[in-house]
Design a protein around this ligand. Structure first.
Ligand SMILES: [Zn+2]
Length: 454
């Protein structure tokens, strides 16, 4: 990989040591959410950034839940790029770990700690990008904004959402880089780097059946539990219809381009028509876990997760409820989704929406930032392909997309087992030192080229 123009020869050896040292310092700050205490990381970041002359602001709803925002100024000829991350982590069951989850121990080339993959690696890599841009003294065409936000793991209302509501001007940008992609995945022995361009929306609902109460010793045919049960049984195996979206099409086409002809045509068969998509998916020579992912990318999903009814075994209750986790595709509204869901559950029971603000998102894969990402990844790994992906869950991108920011998930990581996502929220979460070095360098190249090209 070449480094920046402007005659700056970057000392990647020294930066490699610095990234690991700063990364471990961040990992050792316990920001388990709840309660969060993300101000610990925000203060650390402020001390590092301000010591190198980069302006910072700490904002948040309470003293303990501060998010940090920093800015490098460009010449204003192009709109800002936002480097975003979250500083909170999910709690860890310390007794089930090989090492202290907040010790950041290094063993056999891997750093172990809660947050190594989700997502303090990006907090540290983006921090290094800010420092390196500043030190290189290169002329920027775009402002580069850095946001290390609190509270993502609990929905972001005290973090990125709070910043977007109270200080939108601090993070207003044309593009953002975030978590959700950047991993290397192998499909049928070929390597693909992902860039997340879309997110499904949350659309959880509560189903409520009403019936006639009474003594259980005299059964009748208007039992709320039985009614609800009939509807839930209908959800098993009866999936909602297939709908293709731009990201899914580009993902399948991107996979096909890296495969031998017979696998490529099997992949393209999935896109041939919505009616035959399920059968074509079933025929693909891929592991079941990858097929489940593809299935979730091409339809709205409904998954029963909670049930409530009754208080005593001898009393027929008048109400039975089930909560369903539902995820909707880009371009869908809650109203349209409820109409589609009605075709599955019928009209006999009530449907109540449990979400207010979790819209699906989709950014355009045809973008100058994606072009730079492809260029840099191709230099780093000639054989790798770059594909857009649709995240079936959610990130802080949902909290800021309404500001008109195109958000891409790109936290570059090497595939060495640790990049396989298994460790996220699990025991012994870890990342390799090699991946941190490589990822920082790739991210720096992408950002430096993009913000100097304009
Ligand atoms: Zn995360």
């Amino acid at each position: 990989m070449t480094s920046l123009p402007a005659g700056n020869v970057l000392d990647w050896q020294a930066f490699g040591e610095e990234i690991v040292e700063r990364f471990r310092a961040i990992l050792r700050l316990n920001t388990s959410n709840p309660p969060g205490n993300e101000t610990l990381v925000a203060e650390y970041l402020r001390s590092v950034l301000e010591s190198e002359g980069i302006e910072c602001t700490l904002v948040g709803p309470t003293p303990d839940r501060q998010s940090l925002i920093a800015r490098l100024r460009g010449d204003g000829s192009a709109s800002p790029l936002l480097l975003m991350s979250h500083t909170d982590v999910v709690p860890a069951e310390a007794d089930k770990w090989r090492f202290d989850p907040f010790g950041a121990e290094i063993d056999d080339g891997f750093i172990y700690a809660r947050g190594t993959l989700d997502m303090k690696h990006m907090v540290a890599m983006e921090l290094m990008v800010m420092l390196l841009l500043k030190r290189s003294g290169v002329q920027l065409k775009r402002d580069v904004i850095y946001m290390a936000a609190a509270d993502e793991e609990a929905g972001g209302n005290m973090g990125a959402g709070w910043v977007a509501d109270h200080y939108p001007e601090l993070i207003q940008a044309e593009y953002a880089l975030n978590e959700g992609g950047g991993e290397c995945m192998e499909v049928n022995g070929r390597r693909y780097f992902t860039v997340q361009t879309a997110e499904k929306g949350g659309a959880a609902v509560r189903l409520r059946a009403h019936g006639k109460p009474g003594h259980a010793s005299m059964p009748h045919d208007d039992n709320a539990i039985v009614k609800l049960g009939r509807v839930l049984a209908g959800l098993q195996g009866r999936q909602l219809p297939v709908h293709f979206n731009a990201t899914f099409r580009a993902f399948i086409e991107g996979l096909a381009q890296g495969q031998p002809p017979e696998v490529a045509s099997a992949l393209r068969a999935v896109l041939a028509d919505v009616v035959g998509a399920d059968a074509a998916l079933a025929r693909l020579p891929l592991p079941e876990s990858e097929k489940l992912y593809l299935n979730a990318m091409m339809r709205n999903t409904v998954t029963p997760t909670m049930l409530r009814a009754g208080s005593r075994v001898n009393v027929i209750p008048s109400v039975a409820e089930a909560d369903l986790d539902c995820r909707i595709l880009p371009g869908w509204t809650l109203e349209r989704f409820h109409e589609e869901l009605r075709t599955l559950i019928g009209d006999e029971i009530e449907l109540e929406s449990l979400v207010t603000n979790s819209p699906p998102l989709e950014s355009d894969f045809a973008s100058p930032l994606i072009d730079v990402i492809k260029e840099v990844l191709h230099e780093a790994d000639e054989e790798a392909h770059v594909v857009p992906v649709l995240l079936t869950g959610g990130t802080d991108a949902k909290r800021i997309a309404h500001l008109g920011i195109q958000v891409f998930g790109f936290a570059p990581m090497l595939y060495e087992g640790e990049g396989s996502n298994d460790g996220i929220h699990g025991h012994n979460e870890r990342i390799s030192v090699r991946s941190m070095h490589w990822g920082t360098r790739v991210l720096y190249e992408v950002v430096a080229r993009f913000v100097t090209q304009g």
